[in-house]
Design a protein around this ligand. Structure first.
Ligand code: SF4
Ligand code: SF4
Ligand code: SF4
Length: 397
């Protein structure tokens, strides 16, 4: 396959064949180019994904053993923490390693410890049916929903999809072994439009939440919940067939929402066509199946709704031809967030890296403390832990 083919379709081609050699990797060493894993690892990963599904199923329908911690909605987060430690240790790309540390910390503190140990209610607008408990980042009308939308507008979808969502958490830690099965090529790329059907259902759900509930709207919202949750878990179990990010690529309505803000906000990837040598590595490391090289050649930038900002392509581009662009690029245009800068930041060599890491950790600790205070000492609704948690997400990258 020629480089021209690569530019036209975005499918792997050109000199990629010389670069990409999928070889079995030992589980203790992982890198951005997906490897082939021995079947015991694949079996272990599938069992863990099924276990996470069983946890949700038990709390929703089965009710075995009064929802023990090893079989309830939090089971998924415990699995993320366990596999996350393995992934962080094994990851060879310093930028991805740092992202995983942030991701696993956010899932453990914001999605697991706070709601489990110190639950509190979130303020909201509209009629959500039941009082939303933090974190309810995806429900239209909650304070954290609006804060996350604003953060995505400034920094791009990676604030949540790259660094803070439990979905990416379980797919980057447990589902990692199935990255090699990611569907690529032009037809898999065209299929991405399927998510807009789910987005339309989500818009309708969001609109209904703004009005007093009735029997019809309650039924719709119940069915909508199942339409979202069942494919979420089903897509995990289909990872051996479609790769680890099938839900994010084709189904997730929240990702579609954030994707629109990717387009209209400050975020995109800059592409320098003069330095690029068409190696195609950027295409091959992208779990969202985005034809990075083709888009770069065609448009001079990668500004698609689908980029979840993992930074694998940027941090693996040996020529430094790709760079993050967000609101910080407007404030400091001289700073180019390409491979060199991302790796320097991840290795702590930039002067801002350590203070930023401490600020992130401090914000998470403050979120935990504020949640304890407002759940026990004061009770009721409060937005302070929400704002602190959201600030930690913005500080993380
Ligand atoms: S696309 Fe959806 S499920 Fe995937 S990381 Fe983003 S919000 Fe989470
Ligand atoms: S942008 Fe970088 S990784 Fe992608 S083809 Fe060009 S040189 Fe290779
Ligand atoms: S285009 Fe790059 S940053 Fe965006 S999802 Fe793909 S690999 Fe990650």
């Amino acid at each position: 396959m020629s480089a021209a083919t690569n530019r036209a379709t975005g499918a792997p081609g050109g000199r990629l064949a010389d670069v990409y050699r999928a070889k079995p990797l030992p589980a203790g060493r992982q890198r951005s180019l997906a490897g082939r894993y021995a079947w015991p690892f694949q079996f272990l990963a599938l069992a863990a994904l099924a276990w996470a599904f069983l946890g949700w199923l038990n709390e929703t329908w089965l009710f075995v053993g009064d929802n023990p911690i090893w079989l309830n909605r939090y089971t998924e987060y415990a699995i993320i923490l366990g596999f996350g430690i393995w992934r962080i240790t094994a990851e060879q790309n310093p930028y991805t390693k740092k992202r995983l540390i942030v991701l696993v910390s956010v899932v453990s503190v914001i999605w697991w410890l706070i709601p489990w140990l110190f639950p509190f209610f979130e303020p909201y607008v509209g009629y959500p049916g039941a009082q939303p408990a933090f974190p309810d980042l995806h429900r239209p009308g909650t304070i954290s929903f609006f804060v996350v939308l604003a953060a995505v507008l400034l920094f791009g979808r990676r604030v949540i999809c790259g660094w803070g969502c439990p979905c990416v958490g379980i797919r980057e830690t447990v589902g990692f072994v199935f990255r090699r099965n990611t569907l690529r090529g032009s037809w898999a790329w065209r299929l991405r439009h399927s998510k807009w059907a789910f987005f339309a259902l989500y818009l309708a759900a969001g609109a209904l939440l703004m009005f007093p509930p009735n029997a019809w709207s309650a039924s719709y919202l119940g069915i909508f919940g199942l339409i979202i949750v069942l494919p979420y878990f089903a897509s995990m179990l289909l990872s051996p067939l479609m790769g680890n990010r099938g839900y994010c690529r084709y189904l997730c309505p929240y990702g579609a929402t954030f994707g629109i803000l990717n387009r209209v906000g400050f975020y995109h990837l800059d592409f320098d066509g003069d330095s690029c040598n068409d190696c195609g590595v950027c295409d091959q490391v992208c779990d969202m199946g985005i034809p990075v090289l083709g888009l770069g050649r065609e448009k001079g930038r990668i500004d698609v709704a689908d980029c979840m900002g993992c930074g694998r392509c940027v941090s693996e581009c040996a020529r430094g031809s790709l760079a993050f662009h967000d609101v910080r690029s407007v404030l400091s245009p001289a700073v180019v967030r390409n491979r060199g800068r991302l790796r320097a930041w991840a290795s702590g060599r930039l002067p801002t890296a350590r203070p930023q890491a401490w600020a992130f950790a401090g914000m998470l600790a403050l979120s935990l403390a504020a949640s304890w205070w407002f759940s026990g000492a004061i009770g009721g609704e409060n937005e302070l832990p929400t704002l602190l948690s959201s600030a930690s997400l913005c500080l993380a990258h």
